[in-house]
Ligand binder design. Structure first.
Ligand code: ZN
Length: 417
């Protein structure tokens, strides 16, 4: 464990002086707003994830070894974006129409971005299935060796990963926990999502909304449309999702009629609905011609469209989980607010600590769950202090820097790169 001496190598006290140099970095924080975040969503970055997933050759859950390596890849991707992620393994046996009897483990991926200043104890879940399937049905059904599943459903997984990237690069947090889920065994009958939804129901989890993306990259013409499949307990959410989609993307949302809503039961969101949770399911309007074929490859997808689907998802997260504005929105220093620069930081950062009269101050660095990693007291130094911090010993992630005085407490997020 680091202690403060390691981290705060030296303190520079610049009493009552705010010099020109200080001014420069104090105001260097980025001004974050939703539009600028949405503009960072990148088609190439989505293509990269789809290609990586396609390169597994097959993600058919019942092949030898199952999707263990796929799940490990996704854990790495999310961890690299500072999201605490684990593989949740479950076991299942049965008989599948395509390849017969099975008895094996399945691999869900679960990442958690904890809330800051949580508004309640519910969470928002963004999910997509990681498995794929391909087969021919001729005289008898036969599985194909390659199941690239680029549209179905590397596209949905790529959306989730892209949002994690945007969160990481901007140090975003939300006012509700955001759970990033990739489900195994969807193509076999919603195995991963049924397992997770049931487990969450049993454990009393509260889910404000489950955002499902399944087949979200096939858009062959300029008339961009997207189905928003809905569930009877959350019809209002689907219509609000349509408003969000219209406001922030170039996609025309389609909330289907009851008879057109048939696919609602054919993807992971149905498992959550079945367990009593609210969900909305985004899907391309024109179903890909390569559905469940071994030519469902990255080349057939429309990545500009997929980027817009990701924008819809991030706007929905903002709507239902509430982006926290603590980082970056404050571009002008007020009298009793600490600031940190640069932020994000790679190793050293300056902390501007205004200490009120007749007050001591305590500067702490905690992780997102509030565990104190470093603590430092500043005694009776009324005025403005610059503390230089060496954060090189901390792993990449998001931390909270808190300055507590006798008069007020101020908390700022630090993103460690
Ligand atoms: Zn699918």
């Amino acid at each position: 464990m680091n202690n403060l001496k390691d981290i705060i190598k030296r303190s520079i006290f610049v009493l009552y002086i705010i010099c020109g140099i200080g001014e420069g970095f104090l105001h260097a924080q980025n001004d974050i707003n939703l539009e600028s975040l949405l503009s960072q969503i990148n088609a190439d970055s989505l293509l990269r994830t789809v290609t990586d997933l396609q390169n597994f050759g097959s993600r058919y859950a019942l092949r030898d070894g199952g999707n263990q390596q796929v799940s490990e890849y996704l854990v790495r991707r999310l961890q690299n974006y500072g999201i605490t992620t684990e593989v949740d393994i479950f076991h299942k046996s049965g008989d599948f129409w395509l390849t017969g009897a099975y008895d094996q483990p399945f691999y869900n991926v679960k990442g958690v971005l904890p809330a800051v200043n949580a508004i309640d104890d519910s969470l928002v879940l963004i999910g997509a299935h990681l498995d794929a399937i391909s087969y021919v049905i001729d005289v008898y059904p036969e599985p194909l060796e390659n199941a690239p599943g680029a549209d179905d459903n590397a596209s949905g997984v790529a959306v989730m990963i892209e949002i994690a990237r945007i969160c990481h690069e901007n140090g975003l947090c939300f006012h509700r926990d955001v759970h990033f889920m990739a489900f195994d065994g969807e193509e076999l009958g919603l195995f991963g999502s049924c397992y997770d939804a049931q487990k969450r129901y049993d454990e009393g989890d509260k889910i404000a909304l489950m955002l499902n993306n399944d087949m979200v990259s096939y858009q062959p013409d300029d008339n961009w449309r997207m189905m928003l499949h809905w569930y009877p307990n959350a019809q209002d959410i689907a219509s609000h999702a349509a408003d969000i989609c219209t406001q922030y993307t170039n996609i025309t949302p389609v909330v289907p009629s009851v008879s057109e809503n048939i696919n609602a039961q054919n993807s992971d969101s149905y498992a959550y609905y079945h367990s009593g949770f609210k969900a909305v399911f985004a899907m391309e309007y024109t179903i890909s011609l390569s559905y469940h074929k071994d030519y469902d490859v990255a080349d057939s997808n429309n990545y500009a469209y997929l980027a817009d689907v990701a924008r819809y998802n991030l706007a929905m997260l903002n709507e239902y989980a509430g982006l926290d504005n603590a980082l970056g929105v404050e571009t002008h220093q007020t009298e009793n607010q600490m600031s940190i620069s640069p932020n994000p930081v790679s190793d050293r950062a300056m902390v501007w600590c205004p200490i009120p009269e007749n007050s001591t101050a305590v500067l702490t660095i905690t992780n997102m769950t509030g565990h104190v990693l470093l603590q430092h007291k500043i005694f009776g130094q009324t005025g403005v202090h610059y503390e230089e911090m060496d954060l090189s010993g901390l792993p990449p992630g998001i931390y909270l820097c808190q300055l507590r005085t006798n008069v007020w407490t101020n908390t700022v997020k630090i993103v460690k790169l």
